[in-house]
Structure formats: structure tokens, C-alpha cells
Design a protein around this ligand. Structure first.
Ligand SMILES: [Zn+2]
Length: 291
């Protein structure tokens, strides 16, 4: 099945909902970054969440960035998404490895550790919208729920799951975000809470073979869900030599001069996809002259 997001509404627009299937895009991320199973789970959950938050944005060129910064050994997780289903991301330490947690699951919370989540939305305005919250469990889904509640005043249920197989391939990956709109009635809230109580693990539902549509129908049972559209999602990096040059040009003049004095070409890799770019001494000199 192709990676995609289903967008839905329910209970006469008192609820908006998103469900994602994203096994292939996480497999792709794993290939770019050589991720351990734990790193696949942490980056994977973040990519799934960011993809759904991305398509919530209305503008064609709107961009979203999530930065998980914690004291755990993964050394941070950064993901970016646009409003059309394109997502990319990386972790500080792709080789991170830890014991399974007390639930016998990959310890994403431990890998990220205590710290903050920063959400940056570039909506084409003068200044991007930025909000930083403290991480709660650092398991990603709970942290996004907390972000929606505190920064966007939107009660939400977020579930994100990545199941890594014994051969390290991505076996299952999916999730949902269900949000109550300000006009939601008590009755709608009660039904939704009851439905959510019956969902213990998103990966278990995926293992049972439920599709995104099945999952939405289950979470939104008795709430008349209406599927609005399907958006394809993919991990794609938009790096280019020009972008890498701009990033190098942004460093201090002294640092740039130092690089030139070494009289060697410089190899720079893109954080998001590890593609390598080489800059000659002449190209570095050009960057310095244009400063
Ligand atoms: Zn790249």
C-alpha cells in the first residue's frame, strides 16, 4: 500500500481527523541515515506526526518543523513537513541503541530524554510562528497531544506507531490525530472518549491488518465519519548545491577564511538525506567575496 494520509471529519464537523500509513517513507529514512531500530522508531514517529500536522496547514508553501531536543543519547530529532505530504528529517545519533523499556518496547522516551519540543510554522508571514513546550513522556505522540492542548488550545488524541521487524525492516507504521473543534458537544466528547478507551495500541491495529480507513471508522464509531480526501506522503529531500552554499556562506567570515587557507576542497553532507556535496577552494573564495 502506498503511504498516504486520510483526512476526515465527523460528528457534523465537531471533529476533524487524520490517519496515516507510512511504512515506506520510514524505510526510506532508514536507508538514508542507516538508522538502528530505536532511531527508526523515534524518527519514524516524528515523521508520521509531522506529516499529519503538515497537511493541516492551508497554504501551498507553508512549512512545519518539529525539533525534539532532549538529554537522551539520540541527541535530538528534527523533522520538516510541507502542506502537500512531503516530509524529511534526521536524528543527532542514528546509531543509538538502548535496552527495551519496561513495556518491552523500543525506548523512544529514553532515547530522546528530558527536554523541549519546538514547533515552527512558516506560513509565509513576516515571522514564522514558534512555540516551545517541555517534553512530557518524550514518546512523541503524548508530546504532540500536549503541544496541541497548550499551544493551540485544541484537545487532541494522537497515536503514532512504528513496528520494527527482527531483520530491522519497518514492519508497520501508522497513526492518527483526532481533534475536537470548539463547537464539540458533550455527547460527541463522551462517545469519542469511549472509543479511544478501546484502542490500546496503534501498532496492534496495524498488525491486525486494519487500513487507515478501518482505523478512522473504529476511532470515530457512532460519530458518522466522512472521508474528505487522500494525500500521498513521501520522504523527499529538496537539498541542492545552492542551498549547501548558502548554509556555508552563513557561517562567520573568519571560519570561511580558515577553510580557504586550508587550501583543500570541502565535503559537506546534507543533514536530511546525507547526500554529499563538494566545494572547491575557488567556490569557497566566491562565497567569501560575495559576503
Ligand atoms: Zn538532502
Amino acid at each position: 500500500m502506498k503511504d498516504h494520509i486520510l483526512r476526515a471529519s465527523a460528528a457534523d464537523n465537531e471533529i476533524r481527523a487524520f490517519a496515516i500509513s507510512g511504512k515506506n517513507l520510514i524505510e526510506k529514512a532508514k536507508g538514508y541515515h542507516n538508522l538502528t531500530p530505536l532511531a527508526s522508531a523515534a524518527l519514524g514517529r516524528s515523521l508520521l506526526g509531522a506529516s499529519m500536522m503538515g497537511v493541516m496547514m492551508k497554504g501551498e508553501d507553508d512549512r512545519l518543523t518539529l525539533i525534539f531536543k532532549g538529554d537522551g543519547p539520540i541527541n535530538g530529532v528534527t523533522v520538516c513537513a510541507d502542506s502537500k505530504g512531503i516530509v524529511k528529517g534526521y536524528v543527532g545519533n542514528p546509531y543509538v541503541n538502548m535496552e527495551l523499556n519496561y513495556l518491552n518496547k523500543l525506548d523512544v522516551g529514553g532515547a530522546i530524554g528530558y527536554g523541549t519540543l519546538t514547533v515552527i510554522k512558516d506560513l509565509g508571514l513576516k515571522e514564522p510562528y514558534t512555540s516551545t513546550i517541555n517534553l512530557t513522556t518524550s514518546e512523541v505522540a503524548e508530546d504532540l497531544t500536549y503541544y496541541f492542548a497548550t499551544s493551540e488550545q485544541t484537545p487532541s488524541a494522537v497515536a503514532l506507531g512504528v513496528l520494527v521487524d527482527t531483520d530491522c525492516s519497518i514492519k508497520q507504521a501508522g497513526g492518527f490525530i483526532i481533534q475536537l473543534m470548539p463547537n464539540a458537544s458533550e455527547k460527541t466528547i463522551d462517545i469519542l472518549e469511549e472509543n479511544l478507551k478501546n484502542i490500546t495500541s496503534i501498532t496492534a491495529l496495524l498488525e491486525e491488518g486494519l487500513t487507515t480507513k478501518d482505523i478512522l471508522n473504529k476511532v470515530l464509531e457512532n460519530l458518522n465519519p466522512v472521508i474528505l480526501d487522500t494525500i500521498n506522503v513521501d520522504f523527499v529531500c529538496d537539498c541542492s548545491k545552492e542551498r549547501i552554499e548558502n548554509a556555508i556562506a552563513a557561517i562567520g567570515k573568519n571560519d570561511l577564511e580558515e577553510m580557504i587557507n586550508e587550501n583543500k576542497e570541502v565535503e559537506v553532507s546534507c543533514h536530511f538525506c546525507n547526500k554529499k556535496y563538494t566545494l572547491s577552494v575557488d567556490e569557497l573564495k566566491n562565497l567569501l567575496n560575495n559576503k
